[in-house]
Design a binder for this molecule. Sequence first.
Ligand SMILES: Cc1ncc(COP(=O)(O)O)c(C=O)c1O
Length: 330
Amino acid sequence: MAQFSRAGLITKPTPLERLNRLSDHLGIDLWVKRDDLAGVSFGGNKTRQLDYYFGAALAEGADTILITGAVQSNFTRLAAANAARFGMRAIVQLESRVDAPSDLYLNSGNVLLSRILGAEVMHFPVGEDENGADKALYQRAEAIKAEGGKPYVIPLGKIENPIGALGYVDAAKEIMAEDQGFDFIVTGSGSGMTHTGLIAGFAPYAPHVIGSCVRREKSLQIPRITALLAAYQDMTGEDLGLSDTDIDIWDGALAPGYGKMGPVAEAAMTLMAQYEGLIIDPVYTAKSFAAVPEMVESGQIPQGARVCYIHTGGLGAFFAYQDQLSQLGA
Ligand SMILES: Cc1ncc(COP(=O)(O)O)c(C=O)c1O
């Protein structure tokens, strides 16, 4: 790990807290890793990933960060926030991933925050063309170079060098340092960097990592995580000694698709809010947390198990979805 620079974006460790009422309710010993508190500007898992991307960018002397995400991306908002801290320029490319977006979706939440944080916004018209989006961003980077700038691109599709995953190897170490004897770690699985880092970080230890799909279904996410783990091992020179059972993916809350709430995610959001006073977001954390009650119900997480749920944040987008959430609650 020493060969990879970090920018120091987070005060570590983030809190690890027991969820007492939900533990009683579900019959398990449930804890939450509060990565929603990781770093500035509403925090989240992406801060840990950006710690390494900014580390590399600063080491190269970059003055401009370029990044792609969905319109309501937390990654782009956090890149904008951390670029501001280093006096860097941030160019965020927003992809159209959600059909028939509302005005709120297009202008509030992370879009509003990114604007306030000083980011320059560009748009990419397709939501499922990672290589096309990267090409457009590299072209913009070339134009910045021609003007005398020093761009650093955080790629979307390129997985050969998954340095973002290193942030979650760090998180695994923080969790192990608290020695709570967890049986299961539950996290969201989208780009797969968080999930990959946790599998790598926990590989020598007992906890079994479960990834809950937030972006694409299990049949597509398994090869993605498999490829990321291979790339991670090439990048670090480590042999993690993994088998197929180490890639455990659940997609029971993904429907009706990326960026849209279904009944399973809605139930998870109100459960967390009304038992623990913790807010989880409609796109990522409601879907990832849903794995916990659903897998307890199905017996895949047995009664009495010690479970650590990773709260990966997402709160910057919350009010951009208020029209989808207005039916929830008492
Ligand atoms: C709040 C939140 N949680 C989870 C994820 C999924 O993490 P990853 O992209 O590392 O798979 C994301 C991705 O954007 C996110 O913003």
